[in-house]
Design a protein around this ligand. Structure first.
Ligand code: SF4
Length: 264
């Protein structure tokens, strides 16, 4: 069963949903204020509503700066470092809200996650990251390996015999070309172990929309460039990857002089 891809999905879907979430939170705040101001309520009732309102005000103010920061970063195509914290808060707080709103409007959740990955990648690319190859980790999912390949590569990726039967061979060539680290994970636990072991300052992660969104959030504050895999045979089975997208992501993270050395 061929899966739908979301290559056409743009950043504006996620930005639109978190902006709607922000407006919804503002309306909720106004409702709380109305109840607090209503003299017919008991003092305890009003105090609880006031406490909830104060927490919401704090969240909404920080999130407003965050959403504003995302929009400005996209408009001016540059990192707004002063708003880094609020942007992170806005994305993390409003991500579940964006999914809930998407469910309400019958928007496929993988479309929203794809848009979130686009926004994340844009924010990562807007930073002036110039890492050395040893600071970069390429994380790939185990489902890229050909299903009938007899070699166990999750423990040691160099067990791959490089027959060219699947994308693992191409990814290993990229690893060797750029001198970066690489791990092949069967799930979040192994992925986290690779991050602990290699202590990267930048990650290029290949996965489906679901695993990429959780991986990006788990890895915060390490910047992650996400590349979604292709699933022509359905999820988690003989998946494929557009190699130029992976190479482009590696080059975004790598120092210019290292790039020059590799080209010359
Ligand atoms: S390239 Fe060949 S040996 Fe390596 S994982 Fe793929 S099928 Fe197995």
């Amino acid at each position: 069963m061929k899966e739908v891809t979301f290559d056409h999905v743009r950043k504006r879907l996620f930005v639109g949903l978190i902006s709607a979430g922000l407006i919804g939170s503002g309306l909720l705040l106004a409702a709380i204020w109305y109840f607090v101001a209503n003299p017919s309520r008991s003092m305890l009732h009003q105090a609880l509503l006031l406490a909830l309102g104060i927490m919401l005000v704090g969240g909404v103010v920080v999130a407003s700066f965050g959403v504003g920061g995302i929009i400005l970063s996209i408009l001016y195509a540059r990192d707004i470092s002063a708003l880094k914290g609020p942007i992170r808060v806005a994305v993390n707080i409003f991500f579940p809200l964006a999914l809930a709103l998407g469910r309400f409007f019958h928007i496929d959740k993988d479309r929203i996650k794809h848009s979130y990955i686009e926004v994340n990648n844009f924010l990562v690319k807007s930073k002036a990251l110039r890492l050395s190859p040893g600071q970069i980790l390429l994380l790939a999912p185990h489902c890229l390996q050909k299903s009938d390949c007899p070699y166990k590569i999750t423990v040691k990726i160099d067990n791959c015999h490089r027959c060219g039967g699947c994308a693992v061979n191409d990814l290993l060539e990229l690893r060797d070309k750029y001198g970066i680290n690489m791990g092949m994970a069967t799930g979040g636990t192994l992925a986290r172990k690779f991050v602990r072991d290699y202590r990267p300052r930048g990650i290029v992660a290949i996965a489906c929309e679901r695993d990429l969104t959780s991986g990006i959030q788990d890895s915060t504050p390490i910047p992650v460039l996400g590349v979604t895999n292709e699933r022509p045979f359905g999820p988690c089975f003989n998946t494929q990857i557009k190699l130029p997208l992976v190479e482009k992501a590696i080059c975004f993270l790598i120092k210019d002089k290292d790039k020059e050395r590799l080209v010359s």
